[in-house]
Design a protein around this ligand. Structure first.
Ligand code: GLY
Length: 387
């Protein structure tokens, strides 16, 4: 299929997305969450499921915010205080995690705190959430490297073996823009913008495909080379990496007046759409296709749909909202667990880290979260995102 054919099919599918259809999908998400909430208590589900069941864990991974974010979505949709109570309990756990600096030596602070304290502040106006968000923003900015102008993704700061940024970091930056807004301290936004510009100049290849990660020389800050971590090869296009760009660029552009990356964005989206196979749900890496199949990563499609819905507010891609609706319709009709009551995920057929054998062909928390977020965006265009 060509880019144009895929777009036409998505737009056609999107026409099936009615208010009733969305309500039915959201009701399904709420019912699943209610059941899961009973089992997890105040603990957290694991990053990905095993045979459709999430392990119960403490608050110790980069993914815990997705669970709390779903509780906030459920609260906003239903007004049911049970979701509010549990989300606020989660936020205390996130505060404890900050106070103990527990498994926070990485850049995924935005994934964790935008969806917990950030959402909490937006929804309740609670000053404790604001304080928590700012404390989290300080943890993230502490990873900024002057040599190279970027926030180091993983490992000990300055370690030459880990001196790199990764495309996923696009979703951690909105926390800094939010911190600047609510504190009046512009330095948070300046750090975010520096990282953003460095990222665009490195991980996005000239043909608008993406590297997963990009290394720098710690002695002089010069960008050295792209490399993968979760993709099929250094030179391949990891589907979720491309979708992080489809979402992350408009999320950040909104805060910068949509001035930094207007041209490259539509090409980044084109790459994603033209690589969709016949059922329009991507293989986990674009090295694979219907002639050379592998597992699908449904989460990448849910992320891309949220990105296109964000982009529609900037007019950054033609018919973005209609295309996003088609993506969500396809997931809703073909990839949810609606006929599998024992499965705890919302979306089937995700991939976490193929090379490491993690979460292959399983639900994962971010796929579930972004599916629910996309439904919320479609059902309530006035809804304020948590990022
Ligand atoms: N941010 C890690 C992942 O997408 O798997």
């Amino acid at each position: 299929m060509t880019l144009q054919e895929n777009k036409v099919r998505l737009i056609d599918l999107g026409k099936n997305v009615t208010a009733e259809w969305l309500e039915k999908q959201i009701d399904f998400c709420i019912q699943k969450l209610e059941k899961n909430m009973e089992r997890y208590g105040t603990a957290f589900p694991s990053a990905s499921a095993t045979n459709g069941i999430y392990r119960i864990k403490p608050n110790d991974d980069w993914t815990n915010g997705f669970w709390t974010g779903m509780l906030w979505l459920a609260y906003e949709w239903t007004g049911n205080d049970r979701f509010l109570k549990r989300a606020l309990e989660n936020i205390q756990s996130f505060q404890q995690r900050l106070d103990d600096h527990f498994v926070l030596d990485h850049h995924d602070i935005g994934f964790l705190y935008s969806l917990s304290a950030g959402a909490g502040y937006r929804i309740t106006g609670d000053e404790a959430c604001k304080k928590e968000l700012l404390q989290a923003a300080d943890v993230l900015t502490a990873r900024f490297q002057e040599q190279g102008n970027f926030i180091q993704a993983w490992g000990k700061c300055g370690d030459p073996k880990e001196y790199r940024l990764i495309i996923d970091s696009l979703i951690n930056l909105p926390l800094l823009f939010e911190a600047a807004k609510i504190s009046g301290d512009a330095s948070y936004a300046e750090t975010a913008e520096k990282h953003y510009r460095t990222l665009l100049d490195t991980v996005i290849r000239e043909n608008a495909t993406t590297f997963h990660t990009y290394y720098f020389d710690p002695t002089n800050g010069k960008p050295t080379h792209g490399a993968t971590h979760q993709g099929n090869s250094d030179d391949s296009i990891w589907a979720r990496g491309q979708s992080w760009a489809v979402l992350g660029i408009p999320l950040n552009e909104v805060s910068m007046g949509a001035t930094v990356a207007p041209e490259i964005y539509s090409s980044v989206v084109d790459v994603f759409i033209e690589n969709l196979p016949s059922d329009l749900v991507p293989y986990w890496d674009f090295d694979f296709n219907d002639a050379l199949p592998s597992e699908k990563d449904s989460s990448a499609l849910a992320i891309a749909a949220c990105g296109l819905l964000e982009a529609s507010s900037l007019d950054a891609y033609p018919e973005a909202a209609s295309i996003a609706a088609g993506m969500i319709y396809q997931l809703g009709e073909l990839y949810t667990t609606k006929d599998l009551p024992e499965n705890e995920g919302l979306l089937l057929h995700g991939v976490y880290a193929h090379g490491e054998g993690k979460g292959i062909d399983e639900p994962n928390l971010w796929g579930d979260y972004f599916y629910f977020e996309a439904l919320m965006r479609l059902a309530k265009p006035e809804w304020q995102r948590y990022w």
